[in-house]
Design a protein around this ligand. Structure first.
Ligand code: PLP
Length: 365
């Protein structure tokens, strides 16, 4: 077995809390064992807290965040529905692709990357869409968008929100903000390994769902037995074999977060991000995301003129065992993405990135 400890400050894994990593090593339970069902029920309860929802249909889907996205669209898009998607980065683009494959008549409202979603433009895009969709925290650009304002203006449309990079890191209030369907990932601010998609859907969206969606696995109508909805808590019928180790790990990560206190965890992300962003600017670097909309958990910074982005990242990896992310899409070589999420949302992690980057840049120039 190769075990090499790295400091991973990219946009994805591993931001794992030690408790979540240990959770992976817990003795494996049968997926219909009453003890596992208790773990699953508690996990769903804790997910309701981090989502800010009372939705009974709140569960970790057994697949990555992209499956959460697929589940959201495949269950709600009826053939020919008008779906307005706010696109201000890679994951908005992915929503367009997924919604199109589900048979939607998609209106993509394009934005300049690095800018937040313009709520009025999205609302004005169509008088009566079936669905409005947007990314709360665009991991490709480091930008937050105002989901609350979208929810307030959505009218009769369903609101689908991608909360992969926001959940457990910044304020998120699914019910109060009018999110009808939300999906997330475990590998970002929740500080758990990748592999599950925390998901929530309210009654309004569930009642409008597609009867027999094209996906069998992600058909939410069939998950009742899996989440104990049909029979009440504590009982399950077989739908698929739950990834028991991942659910145990998510349970441990959520317990860790709620023990610390969700508000305290959010404040910790805020403080670490602020320290990093202030420090980068003090080094003379320019941030990419629009001011006022910068995510604390994912900082985007412009690669200085004349500096080879890939060479600096390689140097950081080789000499400091430290990984930062490249930019996304056309910004691959001109932007770095630095994640301080979950366990990494700490001042010592911010200080380490700043010191290492300063050193690497000193060599590169
Ligand atoms: N949406 C956002 C905002 C993301 O950042 C990601 C992954 O980074 C996804 C969706 C897709 O999640 P996954 O890679 O877990 O499938």
């Amino acid at each position: 077995m190769i075990l090499r400890e790295r400091h991973l400050f990219g946009p994805g894994p591993s931001n794992a809390y030690p408790e979540a990593t240990l959770g992976l090593a817990a003795p494996l339970l049968g997926h219909l064992d009453p003890e596992f069902i208790r773990v699953m029920d508690e996990t769903s309860d804790m997910l309701r807290t981090v989502w800010g929802t009372e939705n009974k249909r709140t569960l970790p889907i057994s697949a990555t965040g992209s499956a959460g996205m697929e589940a959201a669209f495949v269950n709600t898009v009826h053939e020919g529905d008008v779906v307005v998607v706010a696109v201000n980065g890679l994951f908005g683009q992915r929503m367009v692709d997924v919604a199109t494959r589900c048979g939607a008549d998609v209106i993509a409202v394009e934005h300049e990357w690095g800018q937040p979603v313009d709520v009025q433009r999205v609302i004005d895009a169509h008088p009566d869409p079936a669905i409005i969709a947007a990314v709360h925290a665009e991991t490709s650009t480091g930008v937050r968008s105002d989901i609350e304002a979208l929810g307030a203006a959505k009218g009769d449309a369903l609101l689908i929100a991608d909360c992969v990079t926001s959940i457990g890191g910044i304020e998120l209030k699914a019910d109060a903000w009018g999110i009808d369907v939300g999906y997330a990932g475990t590998q970002k601010c929740l500080g758990v390994a990748p592999g599950l998609a925390p998901f929530t859907i309210n009654d309004r969206a569930f009642d409008r769902r597609v009867d027999r969606p094209r996906s069998w696995y992600l058909d939410l109508g069939m998950l009742g037995g899996y989440v104990g909805e049909a029979e009440g808590k504590g009982q399950r019928t077989y739908h698929h074999t739950a990834p028991v180790a991942m659910v145990a790990s998510l349970h441990a990560g959520l317990t860790r977060i709620l023990d610390e206190g969700l508000d305290a965890v959010i404040a910790r992300h805020h403080d670490a991000g602020r320290m990093l962003q202030d420090g980068l600017q003090e080094m003379g670097l320019e941030l990419f995301a629009a001011e006022g909309w910068r995510l604390p958990e994912l900082t985007t910074v412009k690669v200085p003129e004349g500096v080879d982005s890939a060479a600096v990242r390689k140097d950081l990896l080789n000499r400091f065992d430290l990984e930062i992310g490249a930019g996304a899409g056309e910004y691959a070589a001109s932007v770095w993405r630095i994640g301080l999420m979950g366990h990494n949302a700490r001042p010592d992690a911010a200080a380490l990135v700043l010191a290492a980057l300063k050193d690497a840049l000193g060599r590169a120039r």
